[in-house]
Design a binder for this molecule. Structure first.
Ligand SMILES: [Cu+2]
Length: 268
């Protein structure tokens, strides 16, 4: 048991360290903007981990600082410290508490992942092709392709992703989703964007010399704007096809391409 002469200095040190650590947790902008339902769930867990770390850091740092000051050897004291044989209670506590904490984080993470990846019946499925060093997105009708990802707000989006060459990784930090794109298989990623805006899609797997520029935009639009964009893009694709058929050298409209056959195949 702590004797009373230790209690007050320990408390004072704990309050100081706790205040500094809490200020770091509160005032540093740790997490980027949230733009999906997945982000909210991930961040709740993240804050639980951050605050647990604040508490544990405060406890450990308090004991270290107090012990370093209070039990410092006197100058010239070369003698050994008193022999100690451990403290069973303390050892049981510092084994059980982290075990419980890790179990809570593991179960919570499992629940977040299963909620985040639960497929809605009414979702937009977009096929994605990744290659060194670009992303291409092909929309539900199989005809429209684009270099930017357009998605409607407040609707679940599922990306079915294939790679033409090496392993890439689809990552939108504001959505808190990240998934490898692996040659030979189709991987999928699910998100429910809930904030209109433009965010960055980045490749998060070192995939070659151009890895750093393998970026594009994801444009979250209102359902109305998304539908209008799909309509305009379909018209452009149609016009481009007609021009091609008529022997014209016209190229497809910027940002819109016709989906190649492989982009339209849907994985099982
Ligand atoms: Cu890449």
């Amino acid at each position: 048991m702590l004797r009373s002469r230790h209690t007050i200095p320990l408390l004072v040190i704990a309050i100081v360290i706790g205040a500094i650590t809490s200020a770091a947790a509160l005032f540093i902008d740790w997490l980027p903007e949230q733009a999906s339902e997945q982000a909210v769930r991930v961040d709740h867990l993240m804050w639980f981990v951050i605050w647990s770390s604040v508490v544990i850091f405060t406890l450990v740092a308090t004991v270290i600082v107090y012990a370093a000051i209070r039990f410092r050897a006197k100058p010239g004291d070369e003698s050994d410290g008193p022999p100690t044989h451990g403290n069973t209670t303390l050892e049981v506590v510092w084994t059980i508490v982290p075990t419980i904490l890790l179990a809570v984080v593991a179960v919570w993470a499992y629940l977040v992942l299963s909620d985040n990846e639960a497929l809605a019946k009414d979702r937009v499925i977009i096929n994605v092709t990744a290659q060194q060093f670009a992303w291409e997105f092909y929309y539900p009708d199989g005809q429209i392709g684009s270099g930017d990802l357009h998605v409607p707000v407040n609707k679940q989006v599922e990306l079915k992703m294939r790679s033409k060459d090496v392993i890439h990784d689809f990552y939108v930090v504001q959505f808190r989703v990240k998934e490898d794109v692996v040659p030979g298989i189709t991987t999928n990623v699910v998100f429910n964007p809930d904030k209109i805006g433009t965010y960055q899609v980045i490749c998060a797997e070192l995939c070659g010399v151009g890895h750093g520029i393998m970026r594009t935009r994801v444009i979250v639009q209102s359902q109305q704007d998304y539908d209008a964009w799909l309509k305009t893009s379909a018209a452009k694709v149609k016009a481009a096809a007609a021009n091609k058929g008529g022997g014209s050298a016209a190229t497809p409209a910027t940002g819109t391409t016709t989906a190649p056959a492989e982009g339209t195949t849907t994985a099982p």
